[in-house]
Design a protein around this ligand. Sequence first.
Ligand code: URA
Length: 209
Amino acid sequence: MKQVTVVDHPLVQHKLTIMRDKDTSTASFRRLLREISHLLCYEATRELAMTTKTIETPLMEMEAPMIAGKKLVFASILRAGNGLLEGMLDLVPSARVAHVGLYRDPKTFEAVEYYFKAPEDLQNRLVIAVDPMLATANSAILAIEKLKERGAHNLRFVSLLAAPEGVKAFTDAHPDVPIITAAIDEKLNEKNYIIPGLGDAGDRMYGTK
Ligand code: URA
């Protein structure tokens, strides 16, 4: 898989534009994020290993394709990651789920861990980490480090929006982890918000401020 995939599908780009609009309601924002996450998940799982299974259709026996191996893991970087997670689980309901709780120190912008819970056998599974905004990438880099410490070595990172600075930092830190995103914006502002971006994804998703 390419190191960075921008999913420039018309449906994704159209929905993203509505999400960026400051007048879009919390309910619409949440629904659109869920819809886009289906399309991002579709891309992120494109190269899953396949096997076959013998089944009987009403007409005959056949060798039918199935996803091979252990159930995959979605790792949600709290809290905004949960907005992507829900849609991912719509498409892969049997996936296992990890939660990585990180917050941004408002002064240093460094990521600080406050929670980590993941399935035991990460080494045997594809792990797809999700966080809508890849800004400085501090949280994403730390989350992937934690997942690797727990054995994960087949990883992807899915975001809705990314900043060029975040993409560079992330790919420098984890060149083995492909990024799948809907757009790479212009830059970060002085508060490390993505410009033009969509604001604070968690706040817009949950109606907080
Ligand atoms: N996190 C957000 O929610 N928005 C940004 O623009 C950057 C980080």
